[in-house]
Design a protein around this ligand. Structure first.
Ligand code: MYR
Length: 181
């Protein structure tokens, strides 16, 4: 009997849960290894950066996205295509300045914190999902875009929403395209 088209196979759900729990175990271990939240944050960002530099190949191959011509287009691709593809969510995007190089991704739902109620005690500066910032930064760098990426708000810290800020650092016309299309 064929499976209804709208349902994901059960193994995908198990893999997602396993991934989320493994990520939680990683953060918990780093909190044991490093006393300062800033050091855990740095570690997660660095690890994410390494993932991002590899993930971009997979993303470009699977998404078939075309070359973008504005930062706003790139941020929309990250939100609507990349987040959807890898995390199953579509953050909303806001542009935060007149020069149109500062954007926010607003996450209503964050699968990485599905099993997390609050930050560990005494860890109020921890950016639990900082890996994501590194992933975005690493992936962008591989298409010759330098950006600062950081959490601006976090529901785990009592904020109303979770917000990732992306500031593109170069003029877009300085981007040396490696890609033809
Ligand atoms: C271009 O070359 O102009 C296209 C640029 C597309 C950049 C896409 C960056 C993907 C970031 C992946 C983040 C995944 C987070 C879960």
């Amino acid at each position: 009997m064929s499976r209804p088209a709208h349902r994901r196979p059960e193994y995908q759900k198990i893999n997602k849960d396993l991934f989320v729990l493994t990520y939680g175990a990683l953060v918990a271990q780093l909190c044991k290894d490093y006393e300062k939240d800033e050091d855990v944050n740095k570690y997660l960002d660095k690890m994410g950066y390494g993932i991002g530099t590899r993930l971009i190949e997979d993303f470009l191959a699977r998404s078939c996205v075309r070359r973008c011509h504005s930062y706003s287009e790139i941020t929309d691709i990250i939100a609507q295509v990349a987040f959807k593809m890898y995390l199953g969510i579509t953050p909303s995007v806001t542009c935060n300045n007149a020069s149109r190089n500062e954007f926010s991704l607003i996450l209503d739902k964050n699968p990485l914190v599905e099993f997390v109620e609050e930050l560990p005690a005494g860890r109020s500066s921890l950016c639990y999902c900082n890996l994501l910032c590194g992933v975005i930064r690493g992936a962008l760098e591989m298409v010759h875009l330098s950006a600062d990426v950081s959490f601006l708000q976090d529901r785990l810290k009592g904020d109303k929403v979770t917000e990732i800020g992306i500031t593109f650092l170069k003029k877009l016309d300085e981007k040396k395209y490696r890609r033809k299309k």
